[in-house]
Design a protein around this ligand. Structure first.
Ligand SMILES: [Zn+2]
Length: 106
């Protein structure tokens, strides 16, 4: 498996800061995988690109770069709803991250 470049690691660290909430999409662990859809809090992203997570199941299996996948859960500051994946930027100040629904309704 190819190791992630430093740019990719930096992007991961930006997308998954310590304490943010993630939901697991898939983990390729044949023995004790964390079930898909499990949520947890990010504790660290290491220099191999592994996202370390404290899962709600009590597991702390990391999300391995290029093998497993998870998505960040954000809470929209306008409607207070949770949404997955990429935020839209508010047209008001061009930096507040909001959900796509609020973006389209404005
Ligand atoms: Zn919203």
């Amino acid at each position: 498996m190819k190791n992630p470049s430093r740019e990719e690691i930096e992007r991961l660290k930006e997308e998954y800061p310590e304490g943010c909430t993630v939901e697991l999409i898939e983990m390729n662990d044949p023995y004790h995988p964390v079930p898909s859809g499990t949520r947890g809090k990010v504790t660290d992203v290491d220099d191999m690109g592994t996202i370390h997570v404290r899962w709600s199941t009590g597991s702390s299996l990391g999300v391995a770069y290029g093998e497993d996948s998870c998505v960040r859960i954000r809470t929209c500051p306008i409607c207070k709803k949770e949404y997955k994946g990429r935020p839209a930027l508010s047209r008001v100040d061009s930096k507040t991250e909001i959900c796509s629904e609020c973006y389209l309704n404005k």
